[in-house]
Design a protein around this ligand. Sequence first.
Ligand code: ATP
Ligand code: MG
Ligand code: FE
Length: 347
Amino acid sequence: SLTLGIETSCDETGIALYHSEKGLIAHTLYSQIKLHAEYGGVVPELASRDHIRKITPLIQETLKKGQVSAKDITGIAYTAGPGLMGALLSGASVARSLAFAWQIPAIAIHHMEGHLLAPMLEETQPEFPFVCLLVSGGHTMIIRVDGIGRYKLLGDTLDDAAGEAFDKTAKMLGLGYPGGPEVSKLALQGQTDRYKFPRPMVDRPGLDMSFSGLKTFTLNTWLKAKESGDDSEQTKADICRAFEVAVADTLSIKCKRALEQEGLNRLVVSGGVSANREIRAKLDALMAKRKGSAFYPRLEFCTDNGAMIAYAGSKRLDAGQSSDLNFACQPRWDLESLEPIDPIEVA
Ligand code: ATP
Ligand code: MG
Ligand code: FE
């Protein structure tokens, strides 16, 4: 089977073709970062309009890249939530129209399932069950994964997502958007020991997290430095470093706790923040010490992309699932409510 994947949940138009035997055939991505940068965040109206403009040319480009014709496509997977309603609808309408015209099934995919399964696009894939840390712009979740569609939420953030905390930190320090890559770039020049930031909620039992306090701590540290006349690049870098190390430590402590609780030794880390070098280093060290293994997507598949949607869709379509053509997009959508696929079908 050959699945066309369409991702439009936020500010990236991602298209991909996934073949059930040959794997990923081709993928293309158009990021609207430049469009939204001057506003310091995603403007929903502009996002929808830009998706509509880009989606068809990108599908054509992807077909050309993969050297396949539209006739070869046997199913279409599209992101149906969570995300911005207008952005979701742009992708969903195109996906459903094509499925109707080509008389093939369409499947609605949960964006976070896409992120969660993105490491499956790599050469060495984790076996089920595993613990997954999903860290993105809008989510920070620790999940037990027993198969595709078998998700149990173990921990969640009580306030900001990890990526959101990176983005807000960047904004406070006057760095660019999106903030994650900017903060982590500047952190490379930072000293580790100048500031010590808190590790939120690690002294409390359980797997929930909180990042808004860390953000406030960052702001206060920066204001205090500025008050004392020190608003140098070095100080900014030191703050970025302290912030990043605090996030990485916190995530690592929570992941360790989750693995112990579940009696598992495979950790999957995905979502935009999983591109972070410091976080990867901390989690690799944790898993090396436990003689377990950590799995990540390649860097370009950490953030939003069509490949992860095509993969999730391919697995579900091959298991005989499909969605009604009038399936409603869901800006909010519970990951635990998804339908499992037969574990036998999970290759
Ligand atoms: P969600 O998936 O929760 O709906 P999203 O799709 O906007 O949100 P992603 O595309 O997965 O999120 O990731 C974007 C986030 O990842 C942004 O918050 C960005 O700052 C962050 N990010 C990207 N690269 C890095 C990095 N190297 N270090 C830290 N954060 C990063
Ligand atoms: Mg994005
Ligand atoms: Fe995402």
